[in-house]
Design a protein around this ligand. Structure first.
Ligand code: BV8
Ligand code: ZN
Length: 242
């Protein structure tokens, strides 16, 4: 399943980077966005994951995030998440960049996580930008800050810029990585989806792990078809860090 080339590249690698998407959490039971059972089957992203939709109908958007939070607090990280936590310990210089907001990489034990799209467990005030601690999921009335402003989930919506420092660091990592994995992402959301190609152009060995091929499968070095929760532990076995 793994090419000699990948194994050798990983053996020699100093800097290893990973970009994950919703697919790494699928085996935990968290719906992906565009899959058959996808979150966006019922709703369309433009209706929900954007600021105007939120200001127009904050109740609906909070209903969607509370629905997702209910799922997330019930599930556990899967072997794919735990494998990435082990990789952080094994490789000298390991960077985990995620598009996911589900907090599962934290719970699996990764310390150095670049959260490109924020984190569903964090909240902030739309007026004073203050970070607001955990909000009860079944809260009926709209959460409001002491300044009176509406509280929103601290995630990056469509049309919103990604956290600048996290973005810059992620692109720097892509430009210096020896091996770059794109795991469980359909690679359509920009600018995150540019990272694997940025790494490729900078000379990294780029590997995709996905249950289906994506728009970048033919543009990178190796595309491994299958479930991340099965493939990643097998990859670690090759380095006897299974
Ligand atoms: C910005 C957070 C502009 C909230 C999300 C350039 C070109 C074209 C368009 C744009 C562009 N630049 C900006 C845009 C617009 C837009 C965009 O990309 N549109 C798309 C539709 C083309 N981008 C933005 O708006 C971004 N902002 O750039 O603003 C700007 C610039 C300057 C100044 C001001 C403004 C913001 C994008 C972030 C949006 N937020 N979510 C929330 O989660 O609620 S997006 C959402 O998509 C999630 O974050 C998700 O992580 C992300 C990507 O989806 P995936 O993770 O890939 O999930 P998906 O379901 O698609 O795929 C799952 C994959 O897993 C599949 O391939 C499947 O086969 C695989 N899989 C399934 N099971 C498994 C598996 N793989 C392995 N194992 C398994 N078991
Ligand atoms: Zn406030």
């Amino acid at each position: 399943m793994f090419s000699e080339k990948l194994i050798n590249k990983l053996k020699q690698a100093k800097i290893v980077a990973v970009l994950t998407g919703a697919g790494i959490s699928a085996e935990s039971g968290v719906p992906t966005f565009r899959g058959e059972e996808g979150l966006w089957k019922k709703f369309r992203p433009e209706e929900l994951a954007n600021f105007d939709a939120f200001m127009r109908n904050p109740e609906l958007v909070w209903e969607w995030y509370n629905y997702r939070k209910k799922i997330i607090v019930e599930v556990e990280p899967n072997p794919g998440h735990y494998a990435l936590a082990k990789m952080e310990q094994y490789f000298e210089d390991f960077h985990l960049i995620t598009q996911n907001v589900d907090n599962l990489h934290h719970r699996a034990g990764n310390k150095r996580i670049y959260e490109l799209h924020g984190n569903i467990m964090r909240n902030r005030c739309v007026d004073c930008n203050k970070n607001i601690a955990e909000i009860p999921i079944d809260q009926e009335e709209l959460p409001r800050c002491e300044c009176g402003g509406l509280i929103r989930p601290d995630v990056v919506w469509f049309g919103e810029t990604l956290p600048q420092q996290v973005m810059m660091n992620s692109f720097a990592v892509a430009n210096n990585a020896d091996v770059f994995f794109s795991i469980g992402t359909s690679a359509v959301i920009q600018p995150a989806a540019s990272l694997p190609l940025e790494a490729k152009h900078a000379g990294a060995y780029v590997v995709e792990i996905n249950t289906e091929s994506t728009v970048i499968s033919n543009l990178i070095d190796e595309s491994i078809l299958g479930k991340a929760g099965e493939i990643l532990p097998q990859l670690l076995d090759k380095f006897s860090i299974g």
